[in-house]
Design a protein around this ligand. Structure first.
Ligand code: CA
Length: 228
């Protein structure tokens, strides 16, 4: 497990505590909110990698927040898992229609919740899982924190490692500097866009020895892409 920020939006303290403790134990960083309003102000500060969202909250329904996020350009890709005591089929459909990726009915076991989180991340944010990834003879092992090209080790700093992991799990797509800041840095309020260029340069330098620097392409006026 390589971490990631999870926002837990749940107004019942006992459930909030149970979920947060289990997530932290599994290596995630946890932010806690007890209402939609509180969740929205936290999201503006740090873009979470995944949101666990209770349906019945004191100010608004969780589905309202899900719909708002899906309509927001910067937030629309955040995976959402709804937590709810409602088990009826129509409610489940409404939850998924609001933009949730999955749906966990209370009571649930922490083990089940963690399995669901992993499955959703694997589908929606594979750079947060520790699955081994290979593109040609470039190989990245998140669990061992190792990168190799043609069988020889490539040493990367932590940011370059995250950048490469993100590109390798999202090949052939162009990402702007702002999107990369959101995806790789997360909290980028005080990070300038040119910081991305600095780390791209370092990443290319590190990949030069095995000739993989050519995989990272600059798309003029737009951003960067990994071209396999
Ligand atoms: Ca509730």
């Amino acid at each position: 497990m390589i971490g990631g920020d999870i926002l837990v939006v749940e107004d019942e303290p006992a459930i909030q505590e149970l979920v947060a403790v289990n997530l932290e134990h599994a290596g995630y960083r946890v932010q806690r909110a007890y209402s939609v309003g509180e969740a929205e102000s936290l999201i503006r500060e740090v873009r979470p990698d995944l949101i666990l969202l209770d349906w019945m909250l004191p100010d608004l329904a969780g589905t309202v927040l899900a719909r708002r996020l899906r309509g927001d350009q910067r937030m629309k890709d955040i995976p959402i898992i709804m937590l709810t005591a409602r088990a009826q089929e129509t409610d489940k459909i409404e939850g998924l229609e609001s933009g949730a990726d999955d749906y966990v009915t209370k009571p649930f076991s922490p083990k089940e919740l963690l399995a669901r989180i992993k499955a959703v991340l694997r589908r929606r944010a594979p750079q947060l899982t520790d699955d081994l990834i290979e593109i040609g003879d470039l190989r990245l092992d998140p669990a061992a924190h190792r990168v190799s090209g043609n069988g020889s080790d490539i040493n990367l700093g932590p940011t370059e490692f995250k950048l490469l992991h993100f590109f390798m799990t999202h090949p052939e797509r162009v990402y702007s500097r702002v999107q990369l800041l959101d995806q790789v840095w997360g909290d980028h309020v005080f990070v300038e866009e040119r910081t991305v260029d600095v780390h791209i340069r370092r990443l290319r330098q590190a990949l030069e020895s095995t000739g993989h620097d050519r995989l990272i392409e600059t798309v003029r006026g737009t951003g960067y892409r990994l071209h396999a």
